[in-house]
Design a protein around this ligand. Structure first.
Ligand code: FAD
Length: 429
């Protein structure tokens, strides 16, 4: 890498989430000296381990899919073997009310046809409508012009009934973390394209068998350090300024290049210091955000679900994960509520009680939980709206890149979009 006359060629990455670590790993792989600054005391950002009273939990359940090509590649690179650390399941939507759809690991379109024809709970008319919808999306190469809401797209293609409530709507909310009325049909179509038509295993669901810290952030940090990089925890970057041949962070350290890999709402205070970045700042300023609530409930060890991940419909709970079947403590369930909704108005105790009631109603006799823990991520992801203008990773400031799940790309706010943006920033450097 060119030394910019500053007597150094070290790159700074601001943020130790999955995007920042993906950038750092890619730079370290190519022998570029890199320092990662992370404001908090732990790595992983919005996909991290949290310890509560000595129990290791995650800040939220994270599902990867087989189409997360770059995330899986980097996991392998840093020695976090996806085959060991992730439970791989064929795409399966299994609900407590009996609905069941399972896609076999065969190429498109056989996977979809077989899944729909064998699904328990879909009428023949719904199956035909679904196939017609997918054929039509494919014919237009999954391009939605002009972009519109997912609800509009589903209306346009007469997707209704159980097909809508148990397949398309939950897939949209899980993938885009945005309610169907305001989610981008184009981004939803991108996810369907890559997962359903992207090869035999692209639609597989990959669920962590370990905590999120061990899944990638910690092995990534070890990889970077082993190649001469540095990881500075508990060091927020508050100042970024031009300096001869590069940038100066926190009025102290000079760096030749900088990757700003903070969450979108956290990047603003840094971007505002460089007036050339007004456009990126304005785009981020126009974002709105969606929450994800996770409620952990510890039941007696004998409590298990019929599947590692079970769908719920008609209440506030959307998915429940059986952590005991995923390498965690037996009897530990994690109920997930993605995107904004009526649940946000409930005080914590009322929320837990409502979740317990819904679980009991759907699963039959269930003892009272020993303890519960609610983790609410208010800004889990940006709201993935139609035709949203996202800033590019490459900026008008030479030597400064943005990385994060929110930068312009095909995917919604996900681990894969974060990782791809980090790799792209590093590659451009
Ligand atoms: C509860 C929940 C569930 C989710 N489920 C899924 C899922 O199932 N599948 C999926 O693919 N995605 C999921 N996501 C989304 C995924 O977690 C995010 O898209 C991804 O983690 C974003 O990574 P990032 O690096 O872009 O940003 P972040 O994770 O936000 O990382 C930014 C980092 O920068 C640090 N930082 C900020 N400002 C500064 C500063 N000034 N100086 C130094 N450091 C700073 C922050 O502390 C943070 O660690 C979920 C998210 C949440 C919250």
């Amino acid at each position: 890498m060119a030394d910019l006359g500053y007597g150094l060629s070290r790159v700074a990455v601001v943020g130790g989430g999955w995007s920042g670590l993906a950038a750092a790993v890619t730079l370290a792989e190519r022998g570029v000296p890199v320092t990662v600054f992370e404001a908090s005391r732990s790595l992983g950002g919005r996909a991290r381990r949290v310890s509560v009273d000595g129990v290791d939990l995650d800040n939220g359940q994270h599902i990867l899919i087989g189409a997360y090509r770059e995330t899986l590649r980097l996991m392998r690179l840093v020695g976090a073997d996806p085959d060991r650390l992730l439970l791989r399941l064929p795409l399966e939507l299994r609900y407590a009310d009996g609905f069941h759809l399972r896609a076999p690991q065969v190429p498109y379109p056989i996977n979809l046809v077989v899944a729909l024809l064998r699904a328990k709970g879909l009428s023949f008319a719904e199956v035909m409508n679904a196939l017609h919808f997918m054929v039509s999306l494919r014919a237009r190469r999954f391009r939605i012009e002009p972009d519109r809401s997912v609800a509009r797209l589903l209306d346009d293609h007469k997707q209704s009934g159980v097909l809508r409530t148990h397949v398309w709507e939950p897939l949209c909310v899980s993938a885009l973390n945005t309610p169907v009325d305001s989610a981008s049909a184009q981004v939803f179509a991108n996810v369907l394209r890559d997962s359903l038509t992207g090869g035999r295993v692209a639609s597989d669901l990959l669920i962590a068998r370990t905590d999120l810290g061990r899944l990638f952030p910690e092995p990534a940090a070890d990889y970077v350090k082993a190649r001469g990089g540095a990881i500075e925890l508990g060091v927020p970057v508050r100042r970024v300024a031009h300096a001869p041949g590069g940038f100066r962070l926190n009025d102290a350290q000079p760096f030749s290049r900088v990757v700003i890999a903070c969450g979108p709402h956290q990047a603003g205070p840094l971007l505002v210091q460089l007036p050339e970045l007004a456009d990126a700042l304005a785009r981020i300023g126009a974002f709105s955000y969606e929450p994800i609530v996770t409620c952990y409930l510890q039941y007696p060890e004998s409590v298990t679900l019929p599947a590692p991940m079970l769908g719920f419909n008609g209440g506030i709970v959307q998915w429940v994960f059986d952590r005991g079947r995923l390498g965690g403590p037996k009897g530990l369930l994690a109920a997930v509520i993605s995107a904004s909704g009526a649940h946000e108005d409930l005080p914590k105790e009322a929320l837990v009680s409502r979740i317990e009631t819904e679980l009991k109603a759907a699963l039959g006799s269930l003892p009272t939980a020993y303890w519960s823990q609610v983790i609410a991520e208010k800004r889990a992801t940006f709201s993935c709206r139609p035709a949203l203008a996202r800033p590019d990773g490459a900026t008008v400031v030479p030597g400064l890149w943005l990385a994060g799940d929110y930068v312009a790309g095909d995917y919604p706010g996900t681990l894969e979009s974060a990782v791809r943006s980090g790799i792209a920033a590093a590659a451009l450097l």
